[in-house]
Design a protein around this ligand. Structure first.
Ligand SMILES: [Fe+2]
Length: 741
């Protein structure tokens, strides 16, 4: 799979990191089909809704000094995870034994490599592989294949003891328990005429053949393997085996290497981040945390479609100019056959001049959804993309760049890791996610431009802080701001991020949570691999796949994963409301509560036309109205602070909406009775003890309603009232954490 695939965009790229402030560098990695030269320009991305009935695409050219053209290079993609490194020298050894315990997870017609004993580029040597569930030997020089008749069943553990003689004699013993619960031990002997080539090797690769990149990769588990030498004693008899290498596959927080206990200078390098912290053959179920029983987690799970780093060369290095204001930008590259706009964020250095408002760009949620192949890109949606001139590429059609944590690997296991070191088609201006009969059908990056567009139109100056900035810098990333605004769906967070938001609020900062199903999943990141996020879909929640029991602890940080609700910080504690119900991407309206008419809240509804019991926000570009798709409620028992008031609740959702599973018990709901319960979003407002405001809308569709009627509508009015009020109270009091310059 590489960029010669005709479905792949003619020019496409990625940038690392995703954000930078003045003086910092961004590295853009571009693949240009046919090595065509390309031009590059910078655009400010104010709005990326291609709907002709909406505000339109607003991509504003920015004058930043770039070269007139750049030499193009077509850069390939090689998916598949593996572990490769130096092979112990076998020069004087006549016979080796390989001890491999494996569990294939996908039986198919492809060649899936268990191990290759090879030269540095895989052009010489021998590989042991599976095809159609049968063990085969492969000559890397000639491609000759020896079928062994040894079967290795999918989804069961099999121990393989494979002895290879230089003279071509091979013995394979397979043992385990079969699907009929019968213990088995089979022995097969056969000739592999090219076996001597294995002894000349310098490199050993598990789960793929290493040709400078993985090829013929394996799907399944391999447990800590061993290599032994069988030598002859002085009388010529075979002596006991000598251990040459023991590769320890038990999980550690070193995501990049696997040690060889016999030679500390010869670790294996892990490529494309296979899944670790997975059950191995000895898992008993008595221990759920790999850190407490690493020997029960001594396997690595490889996938032939893992992709954590395309490894492309840098095409453009952009140093952020001192005068480029914070915001959402894109590098637009054009090679004459195609165009790509690669988004990036300009932030403010800690000593720089800050705006009073921050848009907290939910970049880690964008990453969790990166290249989400939904299987809906055909027919009317594809027609609309053409008709609207929307972003033309879709991961349904272009599989080369991997999928999202909402997808499955080819062996049907859930994707638990996502990387930003690859082109992300879903994060492009004008990307349509749904065929939305009542609106534009935008999600995530494009949907959040409804907010940045509104801020620009209303004349509010704002900076951008990304999720990664928040995770890396903690509350320091927010301390300069009076008000922090979220996007439409800020769903994925680390503990550091939530702690930072809580610290910001408790120090008097104001938060406007303008989305739905926010602060829901607990993710892991590793400082040594900032491009990655990990999600274990543990225990409960609205899930498209579930982690296997015993695999709820992350490989990247060793922490327990899953929902924040199951980890001591429910969304209600962070933002006042939390996920309650989900349905189709279809909006409905809110109704004001009687409390919203009290003097305390009159300011929030100043100029709002909807009166008591009248629909509020029954319009919009996301699902046709302000409340919908995924909706949130208050719950005092889950942490909603007492000082907030439900000022509106949504109503009239269609039959597609269901209560989320974590809210349900047999015959009753979880927790204490809720106010305005049922299938409803809650809009809330209040002021904390330090004076900071908390406003939340509990709906993914909400931001799509800002634009309607030339921004003169109740939703726009409420957000405007709230933002101005929060700015006013902040000005009247000390700065949020007393640090604003
Ligand atoms: Fe989500």
């Amino acid at each position: 799979m590489n960029t010669f695939d005709p479905q792949t965009p003619a020019i496409v790229g990625y940038v690392t990191p995703w954000s930078a402030h003045a003086g910092q560098d961004l590295a853009f990695k571009i693949s240009s089909r046919g090595n065509r030269a390309f031009t590059a320009t910078i655009e400010r991305i104010d709005c990326c809704d291609p709907n002709p009935d909406g505000p339109g695409m607003k991509l504003v050219p920015i004058d930043v000094q770039l070269e007139s053209t750049y030499p193009g290079r077509e850069q390939p993609v090689f998916p598949g995870s593996c572990a490769y490194g130096p092979m112990p020298p076998l020069k004087d050894i006549q016979k080796v034994n390989l001890d491999l315990t494996v569990q294939p997870t996908l039986e198919d017609a492809s060649l899936q490599t268990l191990v290759a004993l090879q030269n540095h580029d895989g052009t010489h040597g021998a590989a042991i592989a599976l095809t159609h569930g049968e063990l085969v030997f492969l000559s890397l020089a000639t491609g000759e294949q020896i079928n062994t008749g040894v079967s290795v069943a999918a989804d069961l553990w099999t121990n393989l003891q494979i002895s290879i003689d230089r003279d071509g004699h091979v013995q394979a013993i397979s043992s385990g328990t079969n699907a009929r619960e019968e213990a088995f031990r089979n022995m097969a002997e056969f000739d592999v005429p090219f076996s001597a080539a294995a002894f000349d090797g310098t490199t050993l690769c598990f789960a793929a053949i290493w040709r400078g990149h993985p090829e013929q990769a394996f799907n399944g588990f391999i447990e800590s393997p061993e290599l032994r030498a069988a030598s002859n004693d002085a009388r010529g008899d075979q002596r006991q085996d000598i251990l040459l290498a023991h590769w320890d596959f038990t999980p550690t927080l070193d995501h990049a290497r696997v040690p060889n206990w016999l030679d500390s200078d010869a670790p294996l390098a892990l490529v494309n981040t296979p899944m670790r912290a997975v059950r191995s053959s000895g898992w008993t179920g008595r221990e759920m945390d790999w850190k407490h029983a690493p020997e029960e987690y001594a396997a690595i799970r490889f996938h032939s479609d893992d992709l954590s780093d395309c490894g492309w060369e840098t095409s453009i290095n952009l140093c952020i100019p001192a005068d480029l204001p914070s915001g959402v930008y894109g590098l637009r590259v054009d090679n004459g056959e195609g165009v790509d706009t690669i988004p990036f964020y300009v932030t403010v250095a800690s000593g720089g001049k800050h705006a009073r408002i921050a848009f907290l760009a939910p970049t880690l949620t964008y990453l969790a959804y990166a290249n989400n192949a939904r299987g809906n890109f055909s027919g009317a949606l594809a027609d609309r993309v053409k008709a609207w001139g929307a972003y033309p590429h879709n991961p349904d059609v272009v599989p080369s760049f991997g999928t999202s944590t909402y997808n499955y690997h080819s062996d049907d296991s859930g994707v638990s890791l996502s990387s930003r070191l690859r082109p992300i088609l879903t994060m492009r201006p004008g990307y349509l996610t749904f065929l939305d009969e009542h609106g534009s059908g935008l999600r995530h990056f494009s949907a959040d431009s409804h907010l940045t567009n509104w801020l620009k139109e209303k004349g509010f100056e704002f900076d951008v802080v990304t999720d990664e900035d928040l995770d890396d810098r903690g509350v320091d990333a927010l301390k300069h701001y009076d008000v922090v605004l979220t996007g439409s769906h800020p769903e994925y967070h680390t503990r550091r991020m939530l702690d930072a938001l809580l610290a910001y609020r408790s120090a008097g900062g104001s938060l406007m949570y303008l989305g739905g199903n926010g602060f829901y999943w607990k993710i892991a990141r590793a400082a040594s691999a900032p491009h990655l996020l990990e999600i274990r879909r543990a225990e409960a929640g609205m899930r498209v796949w579930e982690s296997r029991p015993g695999e709820y602890y992350n490989q990247l940080d060793g922490e327990y994963g899953g929902m924040w609700r199951r980890n001591g910080l429910p969304p209600q504690k962070v933002a006042g409301v939390g996920f309650t119900a989900e349905g189709d991407f279809r909006g409905s309206f809110y109704r004001r509560t009687p409390a919203s008419f009290a003097t305390d809240h009159a300011w929030l509804f100043a100029g709002v036309k909807a009166g008591a019991e009248e629909p509020l926000g029954n319009f919009g570009l996301s699902g046709g109205a302000a409340a919908g798709f995924e909706i949130d409620q208050t719950a005092t028992d889950l942490g909603t602070p007492d000082y907030v008031t439900v000022v509106a609740y949504s109503d009239n959702h269609d039959a597609s909406f269901v209560t989320v599973p974590e809210e349900l018990l047999f015959n009753r709901m979880v927790g204490k009775p809720r106010v305005h319960s049922g299938i409803r979003a809650h809009m809330i407002c209040g002021f904390g003890p330090s004076g900071g405001g908390l406003f939340a809308v509990g709906s993914i569709c909400f931001l799509g309603s800002l634009y309607c009627n030339g921004y003169d509508n109740d939703v726009s009015q409420i957000v405007d009232n709230c933002l101005r009020r929060f700015l006013t109270i902040s000005q009247a009091s000390a700065s949020p954490v007393g640090a604003r310059a």
